[in-house]
Design a protein around this ligand. Sequence first.
Ligand SMILES: NC(=O)c1ccc[n+]([C@@H]2O[C@H](COP(=O)([O-])OP(=O)(O)OC[C@H]3O[C@@H](n4cnc5c(N)ncnc54)[C@H](O)[C@@H]3O)[C@@H](O)[C@H]2O)c1
Length: 335
Amino acid sequence: MKKRPNLLITGGAGYIGSHSVKEAKNFGFNPIVYDNLSMGHAWAVQDAVLVKGDLADRAKLIQTFKRYKPAAVMHFASHISVGESVSDPQKYYRDNLGNAMNLFSIMLEQKTKYFVLSSTAAVYGDPVKVPMPENHPKNPVNPYGDSKYILERILTAYDQAYGLKSTFLRYFNASGADASGTLGEAHQPESHLIPLILDAAAGLRKEITVFGTDYPTPDGTCIRDYIHVTDLAAAHFLALKRMMKTGQSDFFNLGTGKGYSVQEVIRMTEKVTGCKVPLKIGTRRAGDPPRLVAQSKKAQKVLGWKPKYSSLENILKTAWEWHQRWHGGLKQRKK
Ligand SMILES: NC(=O)c1ccc[n+]([C@@H]2O[C@H](COP(=O)([O-])OP(=O)(O)OC[C@H]3O[C@@H](n4cnc5c(N)ncnc54)[C@H](O)[C@@H]3O)[C@@H](O)[C@H]2O)c1
């Protein structure tokens, strides 16, 4: 039987990375996780190889490349908080850029030719057109989004100069959890809306604050495009396989093209959980656009990708099942 090619997955112990590790074998790859476990969890890599290391540790990275000879790299490891990037930009530019540059130089030395970047809708900045197509102007409004946009430009230059092929996947709001109930969002601290709403539904926090009810949207609250993490994971492999087949770099939005308001997410949470979500109405937060929705036709057309798990109801059902397991004792047992 033909051996599966090794795939280096940085940040594979984190939320989106671990769901991708789980999908890797279904798409014919052998996942090798490289993660410093600063935010991720060793249990989340399940039966994949885990190399515990920091991307700043060049010697360890070189050793890992020499040992496993990955055919490609999927790069999830980064700092991910927009708010923190505004208060501590150095951390974001230094690590998100510096660590990726380390990876690129080692990939060139070791002749690993294919790279998939976890990019973000934050590269676009404030929307001038919604739904947002891939050619929407790029004006990131915070250092997090800017660091990803800089990486996209570096990778474009590396393709032209060195033939390093890359695909940028610009995610909208990653959400939901694996259907098995064994993986899910376990950020500590958590800053994403759905797990925070679920905390409020479960009585783990007093309430959820709705930041602004006077936006120009039907119910006055912000609208976002929620994409299930299992659909996101599948898109990574479709994109990688296509890149390896065509030898072409590319970029795609990953969203459903449909947006839900904060109020709609709360109402669906109440339906799915059967629990009341205690609310507090707050004022608008700086930098929150009213509507962020992907135009997602390109990934569907070019990659043949079709979100299967991304109805709001399924996102909340899977996230709630995971939330109950995680907070119902799993969190303590996994420590
Ligand atoms: N969650 C979202 O909605 C979303 C949206 C757009 C883009 N993204 C991008 O997707 C990627 C994954 O996001 P996530 O939500 O899974 O984050 P996460 O924090 O759950 O996962 C990141 C992983 O990277 C590891 N890591 C961080 N720095 C490292 C380093 N220096 N060396 C080795 N490992 C390191 C962490 O331990 C963690 O396991 C990020 O690049 C993020 O910017 C996420």
